[in-house]
Design a protein. Structure first.
Length: 447
């Protein structure tokens, strides 16, 4: 299938990449090469905002007096947020203040980024949209993407159905059972990465930590091993694009052993020209605002000396993808998140909510590992996030799920033929033991 040639603006961006980091240009999909941010209504309106001191008749909103036209019944719902920060269009890359605030947050929570050169976060319509934008930039139909065999099902829709990638997996765990000895199988990851890279110029990798559906965050040693395998493959000549899906970042409980408290993004940025890290995160889970749909995509190039140019080009292409897809992320959501990040008590508030979830996770860890349940299910290691996963014994997970609903009124998720996901994030402490008792009884009945 032939594609139209890049426009002069897109070609100019590509030429910048060719000069600054030809490896990154080679990583782009054909659509990514064609992407650009148009010098049209948006850019002309931005210029007018700076210089049109008499009349500004550019952007398509209705104004009244010195602000946007707003219905009183709408303005009454905004509380202390001015209509200008709620009902107007946001820039395609996001509110500048929010982008700067999120970058500052990344630096505070990921000390390894202090001496790294990386881009300013671009605002996306939450993390799923960020993943789709990353796919548009870097995935060509037929490209191979490596991820754990314990994966979020929506990746298949996003990357296989939408972008035409082929998802390959590696065994996530070394074994079942709680404790550090059964953590991530980093050797299996390195081996699978080498196998899939044979004969390919480029490979994509997605690592989601804390993981959905398992609730597992690597230990520092495991994180080092994953990063070392990726760096080694880059040194072997493969172009490696790593999507770091950090949706549940910050929810670390250190069950069984101490886990990492930083994103792999910091271990990968600026390490090798053939290695590009792409961070996907957001306010969604970190600030407990799921429905606001406010996420971010951040680029971590491999060449520090040309990182500024690379990030500028990728920023423009990401803005083009957003402009051509959804135009922009809602202004009101961004205003709420930006104001929340500036609130003096937000760190304490987040810590308090994390502590609630930690106590639930600890109780699950204690209950699910009781010997009386060992004949019914095995527990996969978990230490973070919202979820934990069990492997049920002797029954089909989907049949078990339906039986739990019909007889016990218990809702769980079947993620595979034998795997059941429990979202302890929505369980009160006193509900945890009865839930696992119901799971045990249902398994015994079906067997």
């Amino acid at each position: 299938m032939s594609h139209p040639k890049p426009t002069p603006i897109a070609q100019a961006l590509n030429e910048q990449l060719e000069k600054a980091a030809p490896e990154i240009l080679a990583m782009l999909s054909s659509y990514g090469r064609r992407l650009y941010f148009p010098k049209g209504i948006i850019s002309q309106s931005a210029e007018a905002k700076q210089k049109a001191h008499r009349f500004n008749a550019t952007i398509g909103i209705a104004t009244e007096g010195k602000g946007p036209m707003a219905l009183p019944s709408v303005a009454a719902q905004l509380g202390g947020i001015p209509a200008a920060d709620a009902v107007t269009y946001a820039p395609p890359a996001g509110r500048p203040g929010l982008r700067q605030a999120w970058r500052k947050k990344l630096l505070l929570e990921n000390p390894s980024l202090a001496d790294r050169k990386f881009g300013e976060p671009v605002v996306t319509n939450a993390i799923t949209h960020g993943l789709a934008v990353a796919g548009e930039l870097f995935i060509e139909p037929g490209d191979v993407m490596l991820m754990p065999d314990k994966l979020w099902g929506n990746y298949k829709l996003t990357f296989e159905v939408h972008h035409g990638a082929t998802i390959e997996t590696f065994p996530f765990y070394k074994g079942k059972g709680l404790g550090p000895d059964n953590g991530i199988d980093t050797e299996a990851f390195a081996r699978r990465l080498r196998e899939l890279s044979q004969g390919r110029e480029k490979i994509l990798v997605l690592l989601n930590f804390p993981n959905n559906p398992t609730g597992y965050m690597p230990t520092p040693a495991e994180g080092d091993a994953l990063a070392a395998a990726l760096l080694d493959q880059a040194k072997r000549g493969t172009k490696v694009v790593v999507f770091c899906d950090d949706a549940y970042f910050g929810l670390f409980y250190h069950l069984g052993a101490r886990s990492m408290t930083e994103s792999l993004f910091g271990r990968l940025t600026g390490r090798h020209p053939n290695l590009l890290a792409v961070k996907l995160d957001g306010a969604t889970k970190e600030l407990f605002v799921w429905g606001l749909r406010c996420g971010f995509i951040t680029f971590g190039p491999g060449r520090p000396e040309s990182a500024d140019v690379v990030c500028e080009v990728l920023d423009a292409k990401a803005r083009g993808a957003i402009r051509g897809g959804i135009s922009n992320v809602p202004q009101l959501s961004q205003s709420i998140v930006e104001r929340a990040l500036a609130a003096p008590g937000i760190d304490a508030e987040r810590a308090a909510k994390c502590e609630v979830l930690r106590k639930r996770a600890e109780r699950v860890y204690e209950v699910a590992s009781q010997p009386r349940f060992a004949g019914s299910f095995s527990v996969y290691p978990f230490n973070s996030g919202y979820f934990m996963l069990v492997e049920v014994k002797g029954v089909d997970a989907e049949k078990l799920r339906v039986h739990l609903l019909d007889k016990y009124g218990v809702g769980l998720i079947a993620t595979g033929a034998a795997d059941i996901r429990v979202a302890f994030s929505c369980l009160e402490i006193e509900q945890i033991e009865p839930l696992f008792e119901a799971l045990h009884q249902a398994i015994q009945e079906l067997r």
